[in-house]
Design a protein. Sequence first.
Length: 212
Amino acid sequence: MDLSAIYKAVIEGSVPSVEQGVKQALEENIKPDKILNEALIAAMTEVGKRFQSGEFFVPEMLISARAMKAGVEMLRPLFVEAGIEPIGKVIIGTVLGDMHDIGKNLVGLMLEGAGFEVKDLGVDVSAEKFVTAVKEEKPHVLGMSALLTTTMTSIEGITKALEEAGLRKDLKVIAGGACLTEETAIRFGADGYAPDAASAVDKIKELTGLGT
C-alpha cells in the first residue's frame, strides 16, 4: 500500500484512519520500522514544520501527535518482539509549583514518535524526584518545563542537585516554557533550550547526536 494515506491521516489528526492504515500496512507485510519512519515520523516532522511556520497551532499539533501515538502504540509490541531498541531515553517533567502540562505532554508525544523512550514524571516535580528518576532510569536527556516566572528558578535548583549527585557527566538537560529564553535556560544550568515541542526534538537530537 501507499504509506501516504497514513502520513495524511497523521497530519489531519485522524486516529481511526491512522489505525486502519497501520493495520492494512502490517497485513501487507510492510515492515514496522518503514511504517514508523516513512509515515508516522515523517508526518510529525511535517507537522512540526507547519507549527514553526505559523500554519499549525498547539491544538493541531496535539491532535496530530495523538493520531501518531495511536500508530506508534500499534507498532510498539512488534518492535519489542523484534528486540528493536529505542534510539534513546528521555525523562520529562514540569517543575515544582507549576501545574502546566500541555507543552510537556506534546514534547513527550513528539519524542515517542521520533523513536525515543519517554518517562513522564508529570507536573509539580521536585528536584529530589528528578534526581531519583535520573539515578534509576539513567536517561540520555532530562527535559524540564516551567511556564511561570515564579517557578522557572527551580530549574537552577534541579541542575545543581544533579551536579551534587554526580549525575551531570553523561546527562544532557534541556528546558522550555513560556517564561524562559535560551539565555535564562543556559544561565540556570541547562545545556539547551527549546521554545516549542518540534524544536525540543531537534535540540535533543543536536545535543545527543541520537537519531540524526
